[in-house]
Write a protein that binds this ligand. Sequence first.
Ligand code: 9UX
Length: 72
Amino acid sequence: AEAVCTVEIGGMTCASCVGRVQKSLDRLDGVAAATVNLASETATVTYAPGRLELPDLVAAVERAGYTATVTT
Ligand code: 9UX
């Protein structure tokens, strides 16, 4: 089964930032889809619980140099 979460991303100021966050999420095993939005400073992530837990997702964004807070 898949779940969808919304993550507030902090620190994105340009399109390249969006690309970095996008790549960091797409690379994760267990992420089926990720959409990163600069204007709303959010990412919507479809993932497989059990293969990927939310702290792993947050850690990946932080490794890319941004902040992440799961809101849903
Ligand atoms: Mo351009 Mo976004 O240096 O950090 S990638 S502002």
